[in-house]
Design a protein around this ligand. Structure first.
Ligand SMILES: CCCCCOc1ccc(S(N)(=O)=O)cc1
Ligand SMILES: [Zn+2]
Length: 262
């Protein structure tokens, strides 16, 4: 069964995704505009923990929508845990949402401001579900760590990725990408916002616990303007960040997951 076509153009873009993917009109759709002042602090939210030590990266591929680095997720070598998560979630892949020419390609925004790009590290709940596909349809199936990229100094490790991206400039190309540890892409602080949302592209399943880091990482203008044949754009903002809580840095000072104060 071939997946339904979608894109970022006038005829297949975000404003008509709901025709093939009605969940686009759901009540926990991502991305959102994060309003830090409206985030309630949650004292029970501990720090997030990233066990990416045994790098299990496999390859890098261009699926026509994004360039994805895929991981071996047959065991718990690379997992995210803690924060809002009840158990470890296995790293499956990471990918970027670039703008064109270093412009604002991030999907989430903060007080209406977008960043040059946004990195998504996609994890799935292998404790409760038997496969990524099954987890991707469950309300607690996925956890995506979002990291903003802003232009500034050259990012010493991003080169390994942007250089490899040139190998997969065209759709459906794949190339080996072993031994990469995404821990080198993290900012110094793991302070985060978290909310229950969805995949930001079709099939838009409402299965994602979003964990968005407050601190962006710096990449050079050239690195941020990387474009490949996959036409990446930005989905229009759904909703707003009302069901969002902020998590602590390494010390746990978090609050309860509070419903919005109307
Ligand atoms: C059941 C098959 C799902 C294929 C699509 O997978 C995705 C789609 C979007 C994201 S994102 N931008 O929200 O991180 C992560 C994974
Ligand atoms: Zn994404």
């Amino acid at each position: 069964m071939t997946g339904k076509h979608w894109g970022y153009g006038k005829d297949d873009g975000p404003s008509i995704w709901h025709q093939n993917f009605p969940v686009a009109e759901g009540d926990r759709q991502s991305p959102i505009d994060i309003m830090p002042q409206q985030a309630s602090h949650d004292p029970n939210l501990g720090p997030i923990v990233l066990n990416y030590d045994h790098c299990t990266s496999l390859n890098i591929c261009n699926n026509g929508h994004s360039v994805v680095v895929e991981f071996d997720d047959t065991d718990d070598r690379s997992v995210i845990l803690g924060g809002p998560l009840d158990n470890p979630y296995r790293l499956k892949q990471f990918h970027f949402h670039w703008g064109g020419k270093g412009c604002h390609g991030s999907e989430h925004t903060v007080e209406g401001n977008s960043y040059a790009s946004e990195l998504h590290l996609v994890h799935w709940n292998a404790v409760k579900y038997r496969s990524f596909g099954e987890a991707a349809s469950a309300p607690d199936g996925l956890a995506v760590l979002g990291i903003f990229l802003e232009t500034g100094d050259d990012h010493r490790w991003l080169h390994t990725i942007t250089d490899a991206l040139y190998m997969v400039k065209y759709k459906a190309s794949v190339t080996d990408f072993k031994g990469f540890n995404p821990k080198c892409l993290l900012p110094s602080s793991l302070h985060y916002w978290t909310y229950l949302g969805s995949l930001t592209t079709p099939p838009l399943h409402e299965s994602v616990t979003w964990i968005v880091l407050k601190e962006p990482i710096a990449v050079s203008e050239r690195q941020a303007s990387f474009e490949c044949s996959c036409s990446l754009g930005r989905k229009r903002i759904r909703g707003y960040a009302w069901k969002i809580t902020s998590g602590p840095p390494s010390l746990s000072k978090a609050g309860k997951y509070a419903p919005p104060i109307n």
